[in-house]
Write a protein that binds this ligand. Structure first.
Ligand SMILES: [Zn+2]
Ligand SMILES: [Zn+2]
Length: 393
Protein backbone atom coordinates (compact mmCIF):
# COMPACT_ATOMS: atom_id res chain seq x y z
CA UNK A 1 0.00 0.00 0.00
CA UNK A 2 1.13 3.49 -0.60
CA UNK A 3 1.07 6.73 1.29
CA UNK A 4 -2.05 7.54 -0.65
CA UNK A 5 -3.77 4.68 1.15
CA UNK A 6 -2.74 6.25 4.41
CA UNK A 7 -4.40 9.45 3.49
CA UNK A 8 -7.51 7.85 2.13
CA UNK A 9 -8.15 4.93 4.43
CA UNK A 10 -9.29 5.04 8.00
CA UNK A 11 -7.92 1.79 9.37
CA UNK A 12 -9.32 2.52 12.82
CA UNK A 13 -12.76 2.69 11.34
CA UNK A 14 -12.16 -0.52 9.42
CA UNK A 15 -11.33 -2.36 12.64
CA UNK A 16 -13.92 -0.44 14.63
CA UNK A 17 -11.49 0.69 17.32
CA UNK A 18 -10.79 4.14 18.78
CA UNK A 19 -7.63 6.01 17.77
CA UNK A 20 -6.06 5.44 21.15
CA UNK A 21 -6.81 1.73 21.17
CA UNK A 22 -4.19 -0.45 22.81
CA UNK A 23 -2.34 -3.15 20.92
CA UNK A 24 -4.41 -5.78 22.65
CA UNK A 25 -7.66 -4.08 21.68
CA UNK A 26 -6.59 -3.91 18.06
CA UNK A 27 -5.60 -7.57 18.07
CA UNK A 28 -8.90 -8.55 19.57
CA UNK A 29 -10.94 -6.52 17.09
CA UNK A 30 -8.98 -7.89 14.17
CA UNK A 31 -9.40 -11.51 15.23
CA UNK A 32 -13.12 -11.16 15.63
CA UNK A 33 -13.62 -9.43 12.26
CA UNK A 34 -11.24 -11.77 10.45
CA UNK A 35 -13.20 -14.78 11.73
CA UNK A 36 -16.51 -13.30 10.66
CA UNK A 37 -15.34 -12.38 7.18
CA UNK A 38 -12.95 -15.22 6.47
CA UNK A 39 -13.34 -16.57 2.90
CA UNK A 40 -13.64 -20.12 4.23
CA UNK A 41 -16.73 -19.14 6.16
CA UNK A 42 -18.18 -17.01 3.35
CA UNK A 43 -17.77 -19.04 0.18
CA UNK A 44 -18.72 -17.01 -2.92
CA UNK A 45 -19.39 -13.87 -0.94
CA UNK A 46 -17.44 -11.16 -2.78
CA UNK A 47 -18.38 -8.51 -0.28
CA UNK A 48 -17.00 -10.49 2.63
CA UNK A 49 -13.85 -11.21 0.67
CA UNK A 50 -13.35 -7.50 0.04
CA UNK A 51 -14.01 -6.76 3.69
CA UNK A 52 -11.53 -9.44 4.73
CA UNK A 53 -8.83 -7.82 2.61
CA UNK A 54 -9.58 -4.45 4.14
CA UNK A 55 -9.37 -5.85 7.64
CA UNK A 56 -6.05 -7.57 6.93
CA UNK A 57 -4.64 -4.41 5.47
CA UNK A 58 -5.75 -2.39 8.49
CA UNK A 59 -4.21 -4.94 10.82
CA UNK A 60 -0.96 -4.93 8.84
CA UNK A 61 -0.58 -1.29 9.70
CA UNK A 62 -2.22 -0.84 13.11
CA UNK A 63 -0.87 -4.15 14.39
CA UNK A 64 2.71 -3.00 13.80
CA UNK A 65 3.66 -0.22 16.25
CA UNK A 66 6.18 1.30 13.83
CA UNK A 67 3.79 1.33 10.89
CA UNK A 68 1.00 2.56 13.10
CA UNK A 69 3.10 5.54 14.18
CA UNK A 70 3.85 6.46 10.59
CA UNK A 71 0.21 6.08 9.71
CA UNK A 72 -0.89 8.32 12.56
CA UNK A 73 1.62 10.96 11.56
CA UNK A 74 0.59 10.89 7.94
CA UNK A 75 -3.04 11.31 8.87
CA UNK A 76 -2.33 14.01 11.38
CA UNK A 77 -0.67 15.93 8.63
CA UNK A 78 -3.13 15.34 5.84
CA UNK A 79 -6.32 15.17 7.76
CA UNK A 80 -8.63 12.21 7.82
CA UNK A 81 -9.12 11.41 4.20
CA UNK A 82 -10.00 14.97 3.31
CA UNK A 83 -8.91 14.52 -0.24
CA UNK A 84 -8.35 11.62 -2.51
CA UNK A 85 -5.37 11.92 -4.79
CA UNK A 86 -6.21 8.89 -6.85
CA UNK A 87 -6.73 5.18 -6.76
CA UNK A 88 -4.56 3.31 -4.31
CA UNK A 89 -1.55 1.51 -5.63
CA UNK A 90 -2.15 -1.70 -3.75
CA UNK A 91 0.63 -4.18 -3.15
CA UNK A 92 1.71 -5.87 0.00
CA UNK A 93 4.75 -4.05 1.29
CA UNK A 94 4.69 -0.85 3.17
CA UNK A 95 6.60 1.26 0.76
CA UNK A 96 6.24 4.58 -0.84
CA UNK A 97 5.10 4.51 -4.41
CA UNK A 98 8.00 6.03 -6.28
CA UNK A 99 6.18 6.48 -9.50
CA UNK A 100 4.11 9.02 -7.64
CA UNK A 101 7.07 10.81 -6.22
CA UNK A 102 8.88 11.12 -9.46
CA UNK A 103 5.83 12.01 -11.43
CA UNK A 104 6.02 8.80 -13.41
CA UNK A 105 2.46 7.54 -13.24
CA UNK A 106 0.19 10.52 -13.40
CA UNK A 107 -3.18 9.68 -12.00
CA UNK A 108 -5.88 12.13 -12.65
CA UNK A 109 -8.86 10.50 -11.06
CA UNK A 110 -10.40 11.14 -7.72
CA UNK A 111 -12.45 13.98 -6.47
CA UNK A 112 -11.20 16.70 -4.26
CA UNK A 113 -10.49 20.04 -5.80
CA UNK A 114 -9.48 18.58 -9.11
CA UNK A 115 -5.99 20.02 -9.04
CA UNK A 116 -4.16 16.92 -8.02
CA UNK A 117 -3.68 15.47 -11.46
CA UNK A 118 -0.04 14.56 -11.14
CA UNK A 119 -0.06 12.10 -8.29
CA UNK A 120 1.07 12.50 -4.76
CA UNK A 121 4.04 14.69 -5.58
CA UNK A 122 1.65 17.39 -6.62
CA UNK A 123 -0.41 16.87 -3.55
CA UNK A 124 2.60 17.45 -1.35
CA UNK A 125 3.67 20.40 -3.42
CA UNK A 126 0.25 21.95 -3.33
CA UNK A 127 -0.06 21.58 0.39
CA UNK A 128 3.33 22.84 1.30
CA UNK A 129 3.49 25.78 -0.99
CA UNK A 130 0.38 27.17 0.54
CA UNK A 131 1.49 29.92 2.84
CA UNK A 132 5.00 28.63 2.95
CA UNK A 133 7.97 30.31 1.43
CA UNK A 134 9.92 27.08 1.17
CA UNK A 135 9.75 24.85 -1.83
CA UNK A 136 9.17 21.17 -1.59
CA UNK A 137 11.50 18.54 -2.92
CA UNK A 138 8.94 16.66 -4.87
CA UNK A 139 8.45 19.19 -7.64
CA UNK A 140 10.26 19.08 -10.98
CA UNK A 141 13.62 20.67 -10.66
CA UNK A 142 15.75 22.25 -13.34
CA UNK A 143 19.20 20.76 -13.69
CA UNK A 144 22.17 22.74 -12.55
CA UNK A 145 24.16 25.00 -14.79
CA UNK A 146 27.62 23.69 -15.36
CA UNK A 147 30.74 25.75 -15.91
CA UNK A 148 33.57 24.31 -17.84
CA UNK A 149 36.59 25.42 -19.82
CA UNK A 150 38.05 24.44 -23.11
CA UNK A 151 41.35 25.22 -24.80
CA UNK A 152 41.35 25.81 -28.51
CA UNK A 153 44.08 26.42 -31.00
CA UNK A 154 44.03 29.77 -32.71
CA UNK A 155 42.73 28.20 -35.92
CA UNK A 156 39.99 26.23 -34.12
CA UNK A 157 38.76 29.45 -32.56
CA UNK A 158 38.59 31.16 -35.93
CA UNK A 159 37.02 28.28 -37.84
CA UNK A 160 34.90 26.79 -35.08
CA UNK A 161 35.48 23.32 -33.71
CA UNK A 162 33.71 20.32 -32.29
CA UNK A 163 35.50 19.37 -29.12
CA UNK A 164 34.95 16.53 -26.66
CA UNK A 165 34.08 17.85 -23.20
CA UNK A 166 34.25 15.56 -20.22
CA UNK A 167 31.89 16.76 -17.56
CA UNK A 168 30.92 15.52 -14.19
CA UNK A 169 27.67 16.58 -12.63
CA UNK A 170 25.21 15.43 -10.03
CA UNK A 171 22.66 13.04 -11.42
CA UNK A 172 20.28 10.46 -10.01
CA UNK A 173 22.25 7.36 -9.02
CA UNK A 174 21.84 4.78 -11.77
CA UNK A 175 22.24 1.79 -9.47
CA UNK A 176 19.18 2.68 -7.40
CA UNK A 177 17.32 4.92 -9.84
CA UNK A 178 17.93 7.84 -7.52
CA UNK A 179 16.01 6.26 -4.65
CA UNK A 180 19.06 5.71 -2.44
CA UNK A 181 17.75 2.25 -1.59
CA UNK A 182 19.51 -0.88 -2.77
CA UNK A 183 16.20 -2.48 -3.74
CA UNK A 184 14.93 0.71 -5.29
CA UNK A 185 12.22 0.76 -2.65
CA UNK A 186 12.84 3.38 0.02
CA UNK A 187 10.48 4.09 2.87
CA UNK A 188 8.77 7.41 3.31
CA UNK A 189 10.51 9.28 6.09
CA UNK A 190 8.10 9.09 9.04
CA UNK A 191 9.44 12.31 10.55
CA UNK A 192 8.53 14.54 7.65
CA UNK A 193 6.10 12.15 5.92
CA UNK A 194 7.94 12.44 2.66
CA UNK A 195 8.07 16.18 2.41
CA UNK A 196 11.71 16.52 3.37
CA UNK A 197 10.78 19.42 5.61
CA UNK A 198 9.84 19.84 9.19
CA UNK A 199 8.05 22.78 10.71
CA UNK A 200 10.21 24.97 12.85
CA UNK A 201 7.39 26.99 14.25
CA UNK A 202 4.86 29.38 12.92
CA UNK A 203 4.14 33.04 13.07
CA UNK A 204 1.80 35.37 11.28
CA UNK A 205 0.20 32.59 9.30
CA UNK A 206 3.51 31.52 7.80
CA UNK A 207 5.03 28.26 8.84
CA UNK A 208 8.78 28.12 8.77
CA UNK A 209 10.40 24.90 7.73
CA UNK A 210 13.78 23.26 8.06
CA UNK A 211 15.20 20.38 6.07
CA UNK A 212 14.17 17.19 7.82
CA UNK A 213 17.09 15.99 9.99
CA UNK A 214 16.19 12.32 9.68
CA UNK A 215 16.19 12.04 5.91
CA UNK A 216 18.39 15.04 5.18
CA UNK A 217 15.58 16.64 3.26
CA UNK A 218 15.06 13.78 0.84
CA UNK A 219 11.71 12.67 2.20
CA UNK A 220 12.79 9.06 1.85
CA UNK A 221 14.72 6.69 4.03
CA UNK A 222 16.66 3.80 2.59
CA UNK A 223 16.44 0.69 4.73
CA UNK A 224 19.19 -0.90 2.66
CA UNK A 225 21.29 2.02 1.49
CA UNK A 226 22.50 1.74 -2.07
CA UNK A 227 26.19 0.89 -2.01
CA UNK A 228 26.99 3.02 -5.01
CA UNK A 229 25.63 6.29 -3.64
CA UNK A 230 25.64 5.43 0.08
CA UNK A 231 21.92 6.05 0.20
CA UNK A 232 22.03 9.60 -1.06
CA UNK A 233 20.34 8.76 -4.34
CA UNK A 234 22.75 11.10 -6.05
CA UNK A 235 25.69 10.17 -8.14
CA UNK A 236 28.48 11.93 -9.86
CA UNK A 237 27.95 11.25 -13.47
CA UNK A 238 30.75 11.72 -15.89
CA UNK A 239 29.91 12.02 -19.49
CA UNK A 240 31.78 13.08 -22.55
CA UNK A 241 29.85 15.36 -24.80
CA UNK A 242 30.76 16.54 -28.25
CA UNK A 243 30.31 20.27 -28.06
CA UNK A 244 30.27 22.52 -31.07
CA UNK A 245 32.18 25.73 -30.44
CA UNK A 246 31.02 28.32 -32.94
CA UNK A 247 33.49 29.95 -35.30
CA UNK A 248 34.97 33.25 -34.29
CA UNK A 249 35.23 32.82 -30.52
CA UNK A 250 37.93 34.79 -28.80
CA UNK A 251 40.13 34.11 -25.81
CA UNK A 252 38.30 34.44 -22.50
CA UNK A 253 34.83 34.35 -24.07
CA UNK A 254 32.09 32.49 -22.20
CA UNK A 255 29.68 30.58 -24.37
CA UNK A 256 26.30 29.43 -23.20
CA UNK A 257 25.00 26.15 -24.55
CA UNK A 258 21.33 25.82 -23.68
CA UNK A 259 20.15 22.57 -22.15
CA UNK A 260 23.61 20.98 -22.14
CA UNK A 261 24.04 21.25 -18.36
CA UNK A 262 23.05 18.77 -15.70
CA UNK A 263 19.87 16.80 -16.37
CA UNK A 264 16.72 17.97 -14.62
CA UNK A 265 14.99 15.99 -11.92
CA UNK A 266 11.49 14.66 -11.97
CA UNK A 267 10.79 15.97 -15.43
CA UNK A 268 12.49 19.32 -14.94
CA UNK A 269 14.49 20.83 -17.79
CA UNK A 270 18.24 20.42 -18.04
CA UNK A 271 20.51 23.26 -16.99
CA UNK A 272 22.80 25.17 -19.27
CA UNK A 273 26.43 24.59 -20.00
CA UNK A 274 28.79 27.53 -19.87
CA UNK A 275 32.08 27.07 -21.65
CA UNK A 276 34.91 29.50 -21.08
CA UNK A 277 37.17 29.42 -24.08
CA UNK A 278 40.92 29.71 -23.92
CA UNK A 279 42.58 30.39 -27.22
CA UNK A 280 46.29 29.83 -27.65
CA UNK A 281 48.33 32.42 -29.48
CA UNK A 282 49.41 31.96 -33.08
CA UNK A 283 53.06 32.50 -33.98
CA UNK A 284 52.16 34.66 -36.97
CA UNK A 285 48.58 35.85 -36.82
CA UNK A 286 46.94 38.08 -34.29
CA UNK A 287 43.31 38.99 -33.79
CA UNK A 288 41.43 42.26 -33.63
CA UNK A 289 37.73 41.49 -33.36
CA UNK A 290 36.67 39.98 -36.66
CA UNK A 291 39.95 40.91 -38.28
CA UNK A 292 43.17 39.00 -38.27
CA UNK A 293 46.48 40.80 -38.19
CA UNK A 294 49.85 39.90 -39.62
CA UNK A 295 53.12 41.80 -39.92
CA UNK A 296 54.95 41.36 -43.22
CA UNK A 297 58.61 42.30 -43.69
CA UNK A 298 59.43 44.20 -46.90
CA UNK A 299 62.75 45.46 -48.24
CA UNK A 300 63.55 49.17 -48.41
CA UNK A 301 63.46 48.88 -52.18
CA UNK A 302 59.95 47.30 -52.14
CA UNK A 303 58.68 50.04 -49.83
CA UNK A 304 60.32 52.84 -51.81
CA UNK A 305 59.79 51.62 -55.35
CA UNK A 306 56.59 49.64 -54.82
CA UNK A 307 56.06 46.01 -55.71
CA UNK A 308 54.00 42.90 -55.24
CA UNK A 309 54.26 41.20 -51.89
CA UNK A 310 53.05 37.71 -51.06
CA UNK A 311 51.19 37.50 -47.78
CA UNK A 312 50.21 34.26 -45.94
CA UNK A 313 46.62 33.76 -44.80
CA UNK A 314 45.30 31.57 -42.01
CA UNK A 315 44.55 28.13 -43.40
CA UNK A 316 44.23 29.31 -46.99
CA UNK A 317 46.40 30.11 -50.01
CA UNK A 318 48.57 33.18 -49.80
CA UNK A 319 47.42 36.45 -51.28
CA UNK A 320 49.43 39.04 -53.22
CA UNK A 321 49.34 42.63 -52.05
CA UNK A 322 50.28 45.52 -54.31
CA UNK A 323 52.62 47.82 -52.44
CA UNK A 324 52.39 51.34 -53.91
CA UNK A 325 55.67 53.20 -54.42
CA UNK A 326 56.65 55.15 -51.30
CA UNK A 327 54.88 52.92 -48.79
CA UNK A 328 55.96 54.06 -45.35
CA UNK A 329 57.14 51.59 -42.74
CA UNK A 330 54.26 50.46 -40.50
CA UNK A 331 51.49 51.11 -43.04
CA UNK A 332 48.60 48.71 -42.66
CA UNK A 333 46.80 47.37 -45.68
CA UNK A 334 43.70 45.26 -45.95
CA UNK A 335 43.16 41.87 -47.55
CA UNK A 336 39.37 41.68 -47.64
CA UNK A 337 37.56 38.54 -46.46
CA UNK A 338 40.67 36.84 -45.12
CA UNK A 339 39.91 37.42 -41.45
CA UNK A 340 37.92 35.64 -38.74
CA UNK A 341 34.46 34.18 -39.32
CA UNK A 342 31.64 36.45 -38.18
CA UNK A 343 28.36 35.33 -36.67
CA UNK A 344 26.61 35.74 -40.03
CA UNK A 345 29.16 33.50 -41.74
CA UNK A 346 31.01 36.30 -43.55
CA UNK A 347 34.63 36.97 -42.72
CA UNK A 348 36.54 39.92 -41.43
CA UNK A 349 39.69 41.17 -43.12
CA UNK A 350 43.34 40.40 -42.81
CA UNK A 351 45.17 43.55 -41.71
CA UNK A 352 48.67 43.47 -43.16
CA UNK A 353 51.24 45.76 -41.57
CA UNK A 354 54.44 46.26 -43.55
CA UNK A 355 57.69 46.38 -41.70
CA UNK A 356 60.77 47.52 -43.57
CA UNK A 357 63.53 45.13 -42.76
CA UNK A 358 67.03 46.50 -42.48
CA UNK A 359 69.80 44.05 -43.41
CA UNK A 360 72.24 43.46 -40.59
CA UNK A 361 75.17 43.19 -42.92
CA UNK A 362 75.44 44.73 -46.43
CA UNK A 363 78.23 43.62 -48.72
CA UNK A 364 79.25 43.52 -52.34
CA UNK A 365 77.03 44.96 -55.01
CA UNK A 366 74.30 45.86 -52.56
CA UNK A 367 76.79 47.88 -50.49
CA UNK A 368 78.05 49.72 -53.58
CA UNK A 369 74.50 50.55 -54.54
CA UNK A 370 73.66 51.83 -51.07
CA UNK A 371 76.82 53.96 -50.94
CA UNK A 372 75.82 55.40 -54.30
CA UNK A 373 72.29 56.02 -52.94
CA UNK A 374 73.71 57.86 -49.94
CA UNK A 375 75.74 60.16 -52.20
CA UNK A 376 72.76 60.79 -54.42
CA UNK A 377 70.55 61.78 -51.48
CA UNK A 378 73.19 63.68 -49.48
CA UNK A 379 71.33 66.96 -49.83
CA UNK A 380 68.12 65.61 -48.20
CA UNK A 381 67.58 66.03 -44.48
CA UNK A 382 64.86 63.60 -43.30
CA UNK A 383 64.76 65.41 -39.91
CA UNK A 384 64.20 68.90 -41.20
CA UNK A 385 60.42 68.72 -40.58
CA UNK A 386 61.00 67.30 -37.10
CA UNK A 387 63.18 70.18 -35.95
CA UNK A 388 60.89 72.75 -37.50
CA UNK A 389 57.90 71.29 -35.67
CA UNK A 390 59.82 70.99 -32.40
CA UNK A 391 60.71 74.69 -32.47
CA UNK A 392 57.34 75.89 -33.60
CA UNK A 393 55.29 74.53 -30.74
ZN1 LIG B 1 12.36 13.32 6.73
ZN1 LIG C 1 22.35 4.66 -5.43
Amino acid sequence: MSTKDFIEKDYYKVLGVPKDATEAEIKKAYRKLARENHPDANKGNAKAEERFKEISEANDVLGDPKKRKEYDEARALFGNGGFRPGPGAGGGSFNFDLSDLFGGGAQGSGGGSGGFGGGIGDVFGGLFNRGSSGTTRVQPRRGQDIDTEVSLSFTEAIEGATVPLRMSSQAPCKACSGTGDANGNPRVCPTCVGTGQVARGSGGGFSLTDPCPDCKGRGLIAENPCEVCKGSGRAKSSRTMQVRIPAGVSDGQRIRLRGKGAPGERGGPAGDLYVTVHVSAHPVFGRKGDNLTVTVPVTFAEAALGGEVRVPTLGGPSVTLKLPPGTPNGRTMRARGKGAVRKDGTRGDLLVTVEVSVPADVTGKARDALEAYREATAGEDPRAELFKAAKGA
